[in-house]
Design a protein around this ligand. Structure first.
Ligand SMILES: Cc1cc2nc3c(=O)[nH]c(=O)nc-3n(C[C@H](O)[C@H](O)[C@H](O)COP(=O)(O)OP(=O)(O)OC[C@H]3O[C@@H](n4cnc5c(N)ncnc54)[C@H](O)[C@@H]3O)c2cc1C
Length: 478
C-alpha cells in the first residue's frame, strides 16, 4: 500500500523553476565533484526532491500530530513519520549515513556523499528520521556496527537499521562537568553475571520516545584505576530494565522537542547482564571517541542545510510585496543585500570546510580527520547562528514567533555550540596543536632573516631599513 498523501513528481513545483542547473547534483562544489559517484548524484537529487516536496510540507503536520500535554506529547507516534519512512524506502533513501568503506550494513555511500545529502535532510525537522539517518541513532548504530558482538548486533542493530526502534546515548550527568568525560561517575560494579548501575544522567536525547528501547550508557567501573582514561566502561541498558526512571524531560529554550526530547534519568540498582558490555571493561573512552567522529560532522552537514533554509526565508521576506517598510521592498534597503551577500559567502565557506572534513574521514578514518572535524564542529554552528539571526531580523516580530520555523531553528542551532563537547574544548585542542608549530616557525623566521643578510652581502648591499631616514633636524638643509 502506498502512502496516503503521495505527491506525483512535479517538475514545475520545485519552486522557482528547478532545472538541470539548479538541482542539488549540479551544485556540488567543484573541488568535491570528482569524488562523488553518479549513483550518489542521482540519489542526491532524489533526496532534495523528497525533502522539499514531501518532508518540509509534512513538518507542521508532524508537529500537530504530536498533540498536547506532556503525557501525550511524549508517547506520540505521528502517523506521518511512518508514512514518510515508507516513502523514503520506496525511493531508496535509507541508512545513507553508514559509510561504505567501513560498514557493509549501509546504503553504500561515502561520508562525502552522505554529507551532501545530509545538507538537504537538515532543511526539514523530520527528514533525517524519515530516512533513518537521525541522531542519536546514527552514532549509536555506528557503535553497534563497529564494536558490537554478533548477539548485540542481532538484538539492537538490526531493528535500528530497520527503523523499528530508537536509541539514546547516555553520557552527560547533572552533577559533574561532563565536557570532561573523565568526570563521568554513574556507579557500575559487577555482581555475579550482572553489572549494577546507580546514579543519574541527563540530556539523554531521544529517551522521551517510547520507541527508544536501548540506552548506550557510560559509567565508572574502575574508579581507582591510575589511568583516568581506563576508569569508564560503556554498557547497554534496555530502557525497560527495572530501576530505570525517566524523571523528567528538559526543555531547549522552552521547546520540548517531543516526542524524542531530552531525558533526566535515574538508575536505582539497575542490573544488566555482563554480556551487555561494549568492547570490554575500562574501554569506555575508546567507544565514545569512535562514536563521535563522523557523528560530529553529521550535525554540521545538516546545519549547512538549516543555514540555506534560513537564507531562503530571508530572501522570501526581502521580496515580499506585502511587506514594504518605508515604501520599499526589504531588498531595496541596502543593508539587507549586504546581509544576504555575507550569508551566501559564509555558508559556502562553511560547506567547504564540512565537505573537506568528510573527505578526510573517507581518505582514512575519523581519527585522521580530528583537526578538520573540530574546525567544522566550531565554525558551522557559528555560521548558522549568524545567518539565522539575519533572517530573524528581516522578519521583525514574526521572526521570533511560531509563524516561521526560524525561532525553533535558532534554538536548535544554538545547542550545537554545546552538544558533543562545547566549542571551548575543541578550540583548546585545535589551538594547542597549532601552537606546536610555534617553535618551528620561530626557527624558520630567524633562518630566513639570516639568509637574507647573506644574500644582501653577496649582492654587495649593506642591509638597512627600507624607511631608514637618519634625519637630524640640526643638520637638515632647508
Ligand atoms: C540539546 C542537547 C542535546 C544533548 N544530547 C545529549 C545526548 O544525547 N547524550 C549526552 O550524553 N549528552 C547530551 N547533551 C549534553 C552535552 O553533550 C553536554 O551538555 C556538553 O558535553 C557539555 O557538558 P556539560 O553540560 O556538563 O557542561 P560542563 O562540562 O559543565 O561545561 C560548562 C561550560 O564550561 C565551559 N568549558 C568546558 N570546558 C572548558 C574548557 N576546557 N575551557 C574553557 N571553558 C570550558 C564551556 O563554556 C561549557 O559550555 C546534550 C546537550 C544539549 C543541549
Amino acid at each position: 500500500m502506498s502512502v496516503p498523501y503521495k505527491i506525483e513528481a512535479s517538475e514545475e513545483l520545485l519552486v522557482g523553476g528547478q532545472n538541470e542547473q539548479t538541482r542539488a547534483s549540479a551544485k556540488v562544489p567543484i573541488i568535491a565533484r570528482q569524488f562523488v559517484s553518479e549513483r550518489a548524484l542521482k540519489t542526491l537529487d532524489i533526496v532534495e526532491k523528497f525533502v522539499e516536496e514531501e518532508c518540509i510540507p509534512a513538518d507542521p503536520i508532524y508537529a500537530q500530530q504530536i498533540g498536547e500535554g506532556i503525557a501525550n506529547r511524549f508517547s506520540a507516534h505521528p502517523q506521518i513519520i511512518e508514512d514518510l519512512k515508507k516513502r523514503a524506502r520506496e525511493l531508496g533513501l535509507w541508512n545513507m549515513f553508514l559509510p561504505k568503506n567501513h560498514f557493509k550494513e549501509g546504503a553504500g555511500f561515502s561520508n562525502l556523499e552522505y554529507g551532501l545529502m545530509a545538507e538537504y535532510l537538515g532543511k526539514s525537522h523530520i527528514a533525517s528520521e524519515a530516512t533513518n539517518c537521525a541522531a542519536p541513532d546514527t552514532g549509536n548504530m555506528e557503535v553497534f556496527a563497529k564494536y558490537g558482538t554478533q548477539e548485540q548486533k542481532d538484538k539492537w542493530l538490526k531493528p535500528l537499521l530497520a527503523g523499528e526502534i530508537r536509541s539514546a546515548f547516555l553520557m552527560t550527568e547533572p552533577d559533574v562537568a561532563s565536557s570532561d568525560a573523565t568526570n563521568i561517575s554513574l556507579k557500575m560494579h559487577r555482581d555475579g553475571d550482572h553489572y549494577v548501575l546507580n546514579g543519574s544522567k541527563w540530556w539523554s536525547s531521544g529517551a522521551g520516545d517510547p520507541r527508544c528501547k536501548i540506552y548506550i550508557t557510560m559509567a565508572k567501573s574502575d574508579p581507582d584505576n591510575s589511568n583516568v582514561y581506563r576508569q569508564q566502561s560503556v554498557v547497554l541498558v534496555p530502557a525497560e530494565t527495572p530501576g530505570v526512571t525517566i524523571k523528567r524531560m528538559l526543555s531547549v529554550f522552552g521547546f520540548d522537542d517531543a516526542p524524542h526530547g531530552h531525558g533526566h534519568i535515574t538508575f536505582d540498582n539497575v542490573r544488566v547482564p555482563v554480556s551487555n558490555i561494549i568492547l570490554g571493561e575500562g574501554r569506555g573512552f575508546e567507544v565514545i571517541q569512535g562514536r563521535l567522529g563522523p557523528g560530529r560532522i553529521h550535525h554540521a552537514m545538516r546545519s549547512i542545510g538549516s543555514a540555506e533554509k534560513a537564507l531562503e526565508y530571508f530572501l522570501a521576506r526581502a521580496n515580499d510585496p506585502r511587506k514594504k517598510p518605508f515604501g520599499k521592498f526589504l531588498h531595496e534597503h541596502g543593508v539587507m543585500l549586504e546581509r544576504v551577500a555575507r550569508s551566501r559567502i559564509e555558508i559556502d565557506a562553511a560547506r567547504l570546510l564540512v565537505l573537506n572534513a568528510a573527505m578526510m574521514i573517507d581518505s582514512k578514518d575519523a581519527k585522521f580527520a580530528l583537526k578538520e572535524i573540530a574546525e567544522a564542529k566550531v565554525l558551522v554552528p557559528d555560521t548558522l547562528l549568524k545567518v539565522l539571526d539575519r533572517a530573524i531580523q528581516a522578519y521583525g516580530g514574526a521572526g521570533v514567533s511560531q509563524d516561521t520555523p526560524l525561532a525553533n531553528m535558532w534554538a536548535h542551532g544554538r545547542t550545537m555550540r554545546i552538544v558533543d563537547g562545547p566549542d571551548e574544548v575543541h578550540l583548546i585542542q585545535l589551538g594547542r596543536n597549532e601552537n606546536k608549530k610555534g617553535k618551528f616557525f620561530l626557527d624558520k623566521i630567524e633562518w630566513q632573516k639570516k639568509k637574507s643578510e647573506e644574500m644582501a652581502k653577496s649582492y654587495g648591499i649593506e642591509k638597512r631599513d627600507i624607511l631608514q631616514l637618519d634625519r637630524q633636524h640640526s643638520k637638515a638643509k632647508l
